[in-house]
Design a protein around this ligand. Structure first.
Ligand code: SME
Length: 158
């Protein structure tokens, strides 16, 4: 059973209040991961010096810790300044595979006004896993975490 959007957002508010920024971001990732069994890999990429750098994540380790703008689903989101919902990654020709099992992917930008700070990236092993409801949840979560990334981006990536 998936947790309700309002419950998840309430929990995010509480944990952001209770922890310092890096810990909060990890806990947000953890909470999102636990909220939906279709979310197999959940992470945050932070835009730093015009490249995406992997921040906190839960799921299989990935070698894609840096992604150029325009590359893959993540880099395309930044280039086009648009969230991405991919129903079946096997249909893409510029997909960057983290795991062979991944079938669907959603990327939702984390912004401060018009400025892109980073993004939520979620992979699922299930085709068609993501809908506009997932995008709405992640957009609301993005608004909540944006201030943490804005003020502390250097300390959030290795
Ligand atoms: N699939 C992404 C790369 C990041 S991994 O999913 C963690 C992409 O195509 O940009």
């Amino acid at each position: 059973m998936n947790q309700k959007k309002e419950e998840i957002l309430f929990a995010i508010d509480n944990l952001i209040e209770a922890s310092e920024p890096a810990k909060s971001l990890f806990k947000v990732v953890e909470l999102l991961k636990q909220s939906n069994p279709l979310y197999n890999w959940v992470g945050i990429y932070i835009l730093s010096n015009e490249v995406l750098k992997l921040g906190p994540y839960i799921g299989q380790p990935t070698e894609h810790t840096t992604i150029e703008i325009g590359h893959g689903v993540c880099g395309t989101a930044v280039k086009e300044c648009e969230n991405q919902i991919i129903d079946d990654v096997r249909e893409l020709d510029n997909y960057i595979a983290c795991t062979l099992e991944t079938r669907a992917e959603i990327v939702v930008l984390i912004k401060d006004g018009e400025q892109i700070l980073g993004q939520f990236d979620i992979d699922s092993d299930t085709v068609n896993a993501f809908s506009k409801d997932d995008e709405a949840l992640l957009m609301a979560a993005a608004e909540k975490v944006a201030p943490l990334i804005k003020d502390h981006s250097c300390s959030l990536i290795d």
